[in-house]
Write a protein that binds this ligand. Structure first.
Ligand code: FE
Ligand code: FE
Ligand code: MG
Length: 165
């Protein structure tokens, strides 16, 4: 924890830490949803979908890492009990009970849309108050926007394929 680095934050640091920890819980749940989704997904275009889900899992885990680093830098403690992820999450966890590709894609698109809204809000809250956090969130949201588009184009291709059979 760097004292001057914390002093320059122009908003309540505890409030900011809570927002960062909530997003941190989202990222772990998103990571696991993608990771386990990639294992069980079934149906047409399965290989392309698995590759994308695996890539996104890796990227969500990296978002969790970026958030932890910032939480620690601000003198906070990352949520350290998985049972608390459910209490703090913004976007929740959508268990892939139905392994069909279309269902898995739709569940993860929903998750990405929630992530985009969450980070948009966090950017508005930090834009002038904390440019360091803002810059980190900007990097994360760029990837969430890409994730949504990746999944939506897979879903489009899948629907084209199924409708033309
Ligand atoms: Fe993420
Ligand atoms: Fe994402
Ligand atoms: Mg991707």
């Amino acid at each position: 924890m760097g004292t001057r680095g914390i002093e320059i934050v122009g908003m309540d640091v505890n409030e900011l830490l809570e927002l960062l920890n909530r997003a941190y819980c989202d990222e772990w749940l998103a990571y696991y949803q993608y990771w386990v989704g990639a294992k069980i997904v079934a149906g047409p275009m399965k290989d392309a979908v698995i590759a994308e889900l695996e890539q996104h899992a890796t990227e969500e885990l990296n978002h969790a890492l970026m958030l932890t680093n910032r939480i620690i830098q601000l003198g906070g403690v990352p949520i350290n009990k998985p049972e608390d992820w459910y209490k703090w999450t913004n976007c929740g966890y959508n268990a892939p009970d139905d392994p069909y590709v279309k269902v898995i894609l739709q569940q993860n698109i929903e998750g990405e849309q929630c992530a985009i809204s969450t980070y948009q809000k966090l950017m508005q809250q930090t834009q002038t108050a904390d440019p360091v956090t803002y810059n980190m969130v900007l990097q994360i949201i760029e990837q969430e926007v890409e994730h949504e588009e990746d999944l939506q184009s897979l879903l489009e291709d899948l629907e084209l394929m199924v409708s033309r059979k």
